[in-house]
Design a protein around this ligand. Structure first.
Ligand SMILES: NC(=O)C1=CN([C@@H]2O[C@H](COP(=O)(O)OP(=O)(O)OC[C@H]3O[C@@H](n4cnc5c(N)ncnc54)[C@H](O)[C@@H]3O)[C@@H](O)[C@H]2O)[C@@H](O)CC1
Ligand SMILES: Nc1ncnc2c1ncn2[C@@H]1O[C@H](COP(=O)(O)OP(=O)(O)OP(=O)(O)O)[C@@H](O)[C@H]1O
Length: 471
């Protein structure tokens, strides 16, 4: 019985295990079924991907149409205004003559620093008769001044005609500058050694603020710098190190010989970003100031942000006139700087004009006024960055911008004039950093919505960079 049972069991198991002849057809059958399921899945995923791209394409086209319509509306509005003003000018020659005599001092404020055809805001142009005092005036600007008078049009006509160029020139600016940013991105080759694509220094980080210098430094690395150093206080160092093993963090900013400690590193740095999380402690600001002085002597680009701008508002001479200096104020910081330089309240109705005035007063430093649209000017020209972002304004986005700008400034200043088509390298770099920050914001918001934080934006740097500058 037992034997029989055993035999039965053996027989059953030998059947179920299957001899070579009984097993193979089944496996083949299973394989075939699996193959077809996989194939079907792949087809479905390809279809889904294709329809996603189609939808995305349609969405982008719709967005383009919306923007074109908006620009057309703006242009139309300006044309109507132009006609209104020229008819006023024709009907009232006395007013025109008065305007002619009243114009020169005010024109000195803006136009004297502008190249012909440079974008300028309509509101700024129309308020030109107001009293306004420019502090710095370049010889080039004076040379240009007579040509404005030689225009056969009335001032109102001239004003508005140049206003028309605002929208198109600003847009053209965007289209023109983006290829230049692409040009300055260094190729990745096996011939390079570590450090060649950028060694960036961030001055900032104290007891209260450890996130800001981290955001700036890690953004610099993610954009493509090889090494990113943070010079912070002792209290901040372990915290920052614990965020990231990639950063080199020096606990020197509040040490008794802080300046010598930091100066030692300057020959190894390509660019300095001063201010993220610096705080406003007198001693820290003094140390930062001295390092800025030493860096100027080494001719390295210096981006000044956040509390670094507080320092500049107290002592503008620290960076005034340094052509490789770039200021990245938000609106509050901008107001502070403007009022410190001009000793009068900021007229908030014309940001472009005010930004140019600040740049000129600072000796044609590049100013990046961040906001709904970023405004970049070196006092000669205003470029607008309108790369779509999102409505999410979490803290730290400005640090992403200043850290990225540090790397891009290094790349822009080491590129040939051919690559930047002789456009101010600071402006090219600033445009790149603004576009990138806004694109990261857009992508991160797409994924995280209201919960978006700067950390989420930093994770988007790689793909945003690729999309903007490597496609
Ligand atoms: N996680 C961190 O460690 C962070 C630290 N940060 C640091 O914090 C320090 C102080 O920076 P703050 O920006 O707070 O400077 P301020 O202390 O000058 O404050 C500026 C204030 O203005 C407000 N503001 C900004 N834009 C405005 C606008 N357009 N209109 C009206 N109000 C506006 C802000 O809400 C803020 O309260 C800096 O060192 C900065 O780097 C920030 O970078 C944010 C992230
Ligand atoms: N209203 C807005 N719409 C779209 N983008 C904006 C708007 N305001 C600011 N940004 C973008 O956010 C980025 C950072 O600007 P923001 O004004 O937040 O700087 P910040 O206050 O110096 O930042 P931080 O929090 O790091 O100190 C810039 O790239 C800017 O283009």
């Amino acid at each position: 019985m037992t034997e029989n049972k055993g035999t039965t069991v053996r027989q059953i198991s030998s059947q179920s295990a299957g001899g070579p002849s009984s097993k193979r057809p089944k496996k083949r059958h299973v394989d075939l079924a699996l193959d077809s399921v996989t194939k079907r899945l792949l087809e479905q995923s390809a279809e889904a991907e294709q329809s996603f791209y189609q939808m995305e394409e349609q969405r982008l086209q719709a967005e383009d149409h919306r923007r074109e319509a908006e620009h057309a509306r703006e242009l139309h509005m300006l044309q109507v205004l132009g006609q209104m003003f020229s008819s006023i000018a024709t009907r009232n020659p006395v007013a025109t003559a008065t305007a002619n005599t009243a114009m020169p001092p005010a024109l000195n404020t803006m136009e004297s620093n502008m190249q012909p055809g440079v974008p300028m805001s309509a509101s700024g142009q129309m308020r030109r008769g107001r009293s306004c005092h420019r502090r710095v005036r370049s010889p080039q600007s004076q040379a240009e001044w007579p040509s404005y008078h030689s225009q056969p049009q009335s001032n109102a006509g001239l004003v508005l005609e140049r206003s028309f160029s605002l929208g198109t020139a600003a847009r053209r600016g965007m289209d023109d500058i983006l290829p230049l940013v692409k040009n300055i991105v260094p190729p990745l080759t096996s011939k390079k050694h570590k450090g060649q694509d950028g060694r960036i220094g961030i001055i900032g980080g104290c007891q209260e603020y450890t996130g800001a210098p981290y955001f700036a430094a890690i953004s610099a690395l993610k954009v493509g710098a090889d090494l990113s150093h943070v010079f912070c206080t002792k209290a901040a160092v372990t915290v920052i190190k614990s965020y990231s093993p990639e950063l080199i963090v020096h606990p020197v900013l509040d040490s008794p010989n802080a300046v010598e400690e930091m100066e030692k590193w300057l020959p190894r740095l390509h660019c300095l970003v001063v201010g993220p999380g610096l705080g406003r402690d007198e001693m820290l600001l003094k140390n930062a100031k001295e390092v800025i002085e030493k860096s100027k002597a080494r001719d390295i680009p210096i981006v000044i942000d956040a509390d670094g701008l507080w320092l500049v508002a107290q002592q503008p001479s620290v960076i005034q006139g340094y052509q490789k200096g770039i200021l990245t104020p938000n609106y509050m910081e901008f107001t502070r700087l403007y009022e410190a330089m001009h000793h009068e309240p900021l007229d908030s109705s014309d940001h472009q004009r005010s930004a140019m005035e600040l740049s000129v007063a600072m000796g044609n430093l590049t100013v990046v006024l961040k906001g709904e649209e970023d405004l970049i000017t070196d006092g000669n020209k205003v470029i607008l960055c309108r790369q779509e972002g999102s409505g999410r304004r979490c803290g730290g986005q400005g640090d992403l911008l200043s850290g990225s700008l540090g790397v891009l400034a290094h790349w822009a200043y080491t590129s040939s004039a051919d690559m930047t088509k002789s456009v101010n390298p600071s402006v090219v770099a600033a445009f790149g950093a603004c576009s990138l920050t806004r694109q990261c914001n857009r992508q991160a918001f797409h994924k995280h919505g209201r919960a978006t934080t700067t950390t989420d934006m930093i994770q988007e740097i790689s793909s945003a960079f690729k999309k903007l500058f490597e496609s």
